[in-house]
Write a protein that binds this ligand. Sequence first.
Ligand code: VGL
Ligand code: ZN
Length: 199
Amino acid sequence: MSDKALIVIDVQNDFCPGGLLAVEGGDQIVPVVNRLIEGFDHVILTQDWHPAGHSSFASSHAGKAPFDTVEMPYGAQTLWPDHCVQGTAGAQFHSGLQWTKAELVIRKGFRPSIDSYSAFFENDHETPTGLAGYLRERGISDLTLVGLATDFCVAYSALDAVRSGFTATVRLDACRAIDLGGSLDAMTAKMADAGVALA
Ligand code: VGL
Ligand code: ZN
C-alpha cells in the first residue's frame, strides 16, 4: 500500500472566478490537479464549510469590511466576504474537479466561533480536525498538497503537516494565492523554513 497521499485543498466555486472569495486564476489549477489525482493511490479533499453568519465573515462584525483584521480569543483573524456557506453552490467543488476517487472529505470551518485554514487544526492551533489520526492509522506519511489558496489554507495545512510529523510537498503549479499584503511571499518563506518542499 502506498504511503503517499494527495491533499486537495478547497477547490470550491467560491474560490474560483465568479465566486464570493475568488482567487485569481483559481480555476486554472483544475486540469493540473486532475492529472495529479490520476497519479495518486490516495486522494483526500478539504471543503471550507461555514455556517451562515460565521465569525470569519466581515458581515458578522459591525463596522468591519472584508480583509480587515479583528482580535479573536485565539489571536488575529482576517475577515472575509461571506463564502463557502454550507449547502450553497459556492461551497461545492469546482464542477471540473475529478473528485470521485477521493477517499475522505475533511470539512472545516464549521464551528461558528472559530475559523479553520488548516486541514489539520483550527485557527487556535489546538482543535484537531482528525486528519492526522486518519493518516497515521492508514500508514500514510508522505503528503503532496495542492489547491486554494496557496498563502492561506494550503500553507497552513503544509505547516501543520510537517509539525505533525508528515513529509509535505506543495506543488505550486497546482495552487493559486490570495496575496493579501505580501502574504504569498511571507507564507512561502515560512513553508521553506519549516521544511516544506516547494515544487
Ligand atoms: C480560505 C480564507 C478563508 C482558503 C478559506 O481556502 O485559503 N481562505 N477561508
Ligand atoms: Zn473560509
